[in-house]
Write a protein that binds this ligand. Structure first.
Ligand SMILES: C[S@@+](CC[C@H](N)C(=O)[O-])C[C@H]1O[C@@H](n2cnc3c(N)ncnc32)[C@H](O)[C@@H]1O
Length: 248
């Protein structure tokens, strides 16, 4: 399979986001969901979170991932962890998968793009639509880029290519407007930011050194350069928020 920026940068991470697996699992523990409860992991990436949900909580996980190379990585990871029977890999975008797979007891969306469907970008609309796919008393575990105050407009536009992000207070207000209860809300420590963005960049640079003639190398280098420049420049204005919401 042709190598992609995603598959190189995210391979091996337990969580392909600037937050630790412990922080995520600590919140999942608070749901006290029973074994066999259904979790949808939207944008499952390299599959570390999906596998942990099945392994540590016995959840039946639908790992929704739009890129085929990442979907393959999730399958491999689930098999290696002995939980392939509890992790179903759904290799498509969430827009087409959600209706079919709902209702869920838990929806996880960590760093996903337009998880409720194309063009649905306001936080309140996203939360309301995800909530509609939850069973009653279901849970939404949400993690995403979070503005620290007002960013320079060009930075907002570049980062906004993938979604409309909110401040910490903005995510909380949107959840409440969508009828969700806030059970936990926090910002990941700066060290998690460095571990993730620094680690991803190192992996891609190492790959470029080892594979200089690969036909995909020029585009992967451009993507890595853009990502590093954006997140280095944006660092003073960006953080990663992690939230557990409950549908009452
Ligand atoms: C930043 S990674 C996060 C992976 C994972 N959630 C984690 O925290 O480890 C985002 C991944 O989600 C996938 N993705 C983003 N939005 C998606 C969507 N709406 N439907 C399916 N996959 C999506 C991307 O292809 C990418 O592999």
């Amino acid at each position: 399979m042709t190598p992609t920026y995603h598959s190189i940068a995210y391979a091996g991470f337990e969580v392909a986001n600037p937050v630790t697996l412990d922080a995520i699992l600590g919140l999942v523990a608070r749901t006290a969901l029973p074994e066999g409860a259904v979790a949808l992991d939207i944008g499952a990436g390299a599959g570390g979170v999906s596998v942990a949900l099945a392994r540590d909580f016995g959840l039946r996980v639908q790992a929704i991932e739009r890129y085929p190379d990442m979907a393959e990585m999730i399958r491999d990871r689930a098999e290696a962890a002995g939980v392939a029977d509890r992790v179903a890999v759904v290799a498509e975008g969430s827009a087409t998968a959600l209706d079919r797979l709902a209702p869920a007891d838990l929806i996880v969306a960590l760093g996903s793009t337009e998880p409720a469907g194309p063009g649905i970008r306001s936080a309140t609309d996203i939360f309301a639509r995800l909530s509609a796919r939850l069973a009653s008393s279901g849970w939404l575990l949400w993690g995403d880029l979070t503005w620290k105050g007002e960013p320079p407009e060009p930075l907002r536009q570049v980062i906004g290519a993938t979604g409309d992000y909110a401040t910490h207070e903005g995510w909380l207000a949107a959840a409440e407007a969508a009828g969700l209860e806030v059970v936990s809300a926090g910002i990941a420590p700066d060290a998690d930011w460095d571990a993730f963005f620094g680690g991803a960049d190192t992996r891609v640079r190492d790959w470029l050194v080892a594979n200089p003639e690969d036909p995909a190398a020029p585009s992967i280098r451009r993507r890595a350069d853009l990502s590093r420049a954006t997140f280095d420049f944006g660092r003073p204005w960006l953080s990663f928020g992690l939230y557990l919401f409950r549908k009452p």
